[in-house]
Design a binder for this molecule. Structure first.
Ligand code: PLP
Length: 378
């Protein structure tokens, strides 16, 4: 089936009890069994839930995986995937990942003997030279918040050459624009909180896998560690993915107009968006994805200027998160990337004047007019 058809139908059958076309919210903690070891395939709702399972099948189809497992948040999904790595093993991470991912890796998982090396993954050959031995390579592309593009196929080759897995956090692109498993990645992770749900009303995460061994382990972790997605949140995300193929082109068309406006504005020093032909990752992005997305970051030259802009916007809402139909605007240095030290942010170029915008689905003219009036106050 085509992508839009899968968005709407994959993983979902009319409800066997009533024929309801929409998968019900199975809000139950347990299931009545007929006798010892005799039941309908459902024993306890941490282990199995039909609403969650429908979403998992849906997301597996959209990413082209063999299966998928949903967790209580993107961070819980990330944590579950990292349990594939054992004490003493090394993980290489693209250097400007979401701050929460950096925090989980450096502040918690290092306590269990995992080693992390943060390396610029936008140059696969340089990463190969610098990385040493590792068991898992974790990337985001485009990166958060500087929108550097990493070549998924080249990095899959590097990872597999070391006997390592490649995991791609595909939250920024969604499977509408980019399907990392088809480019050689082993596992795809999403914060479903973002474009997949799309309506800023649920927190969740998913890991989509190819290999049976990974499916078995991630299902085991779901049950054993218990950070599962609730049935209501699963239902919200299922509802969200039905319109993914309608929302993403609108996000991107608006993103292009906003990026173009920002780039020519006298008060904006630099605009990061991979859709510009002179963006260093533009050609790779064109090759590995079908679009450039709606995440843009731009430098206003200092924290005061960023603060004045963020206090002046009216339609664009100042808030953490991205990927909703509403335009959200944020300050990475003090919000999403506050977990990095100042020195780490300086080294990466996450300067105090940097603002990130997740362009929504409103009328583009209204978003641009709002940014224009706010920039007048900077
Ligand atoms: C790229 C990316 N990955 C993962 C996460 C974590 O997801 P969650 O907030 O659902 O735990 C985020 C959150 O902002 C993110 O932007």
């Amino acid at each position: 089936m085509g992508f839009s058809t899968d968005c709407i139908h994959a993983g979902q059958e009319p409800d066997p009890t009533t024929g309801a076309i929409i998968t019900p919210i199975y809000q139950t903690s347990t299931y009545v069994q007929e006798g010892i070891g005799s039941h309908k395939g459902y024993e306890y709702a941490r282990t199995q839930n039909p609403t969650r399972r429908a979403l998992e099948r849906n997301l597996a189809a959209l990413e082209g995986g063999s299966d998928a497992y949903c967790y209580a948040s993107g961070m819980a999904a990330t944590n579950a995937v990292l349990s594939l790595v054992k004490a003493g093993q090394r993980v290489v991470v693209s250097d400007n990942v979401y701050g929460g991912t950096h925090r989980l890796f450096t502040k918690i998982l290092t306590q269990y003997g995992l080693e992390f090396a943060f390396i610029d993954a936008s140059d696969a050959a340089a990463l190969e030279r610098q990385a040493g031995d590792f068991q898992l390579l974790w990337i985001e592309t485009p990166t958060n918040p500087l929108m550097k593009v990493c070549d998924i196929a080249a990095l899959a080759e590097v990872a597999h050459g070391r006997g390592s897995l490649l995991v791609v956090d595909n939250t920024f692109m969604s499977p509408y624009f980019q399907r990392p498993l088809s480019l050689g990645a082993d596992i795809v992770v999403h914060s479903t909180t973002k474009f997949l749900n799309g309506h800023s009303d649920s927190i969740g995460g998913v890991a989509v896998v190819k290999a049976q061994a990974h499916a078995e382990w991630l299902q085991f972790v779901q049950n054993a560690a218990g950070a599962i997605l609730s049935p209501f949140d699963a239902w919200l995300v299922l509802r969200g993915t039905k319109t993914l193929a309608l929302r993403m082109p609108r996000h991107e068309a608006n993103g292009r107009l906003v990026a173009t406006f920002l780039r020519q504005h006298a008060k904006v020093r630099r605009t990061h968006w991979p859709g510009f032909p002179d963006h260093p990752g533009h050609e790779v992005q064109k090759r590995q994805a079908t679009g450039f997305g709606a995440l843009i970051s731009f430098d206003l030259g200092g924290r005061d200027a960023a603060d004045r802009l963020l206090r002046s916007v009216r339609l664009c809402s100042l808030g953490e998160s991205l990927g909703g139909v509403e335009t959200l605007i944020s300050h990475p240095a003090s919000m999403t990337h506050a977990g990095y030290t100042q020195a780490e942010r300086d080294a990466l170029g996450i300067v105090d004047g940097l603002v990130r915008i997740s362009v929504g689905c409103e009328d583009a003219d209204d978003i641009v007019a709002d940014l224009k009036q706010a920039l007048d106050r900077v």
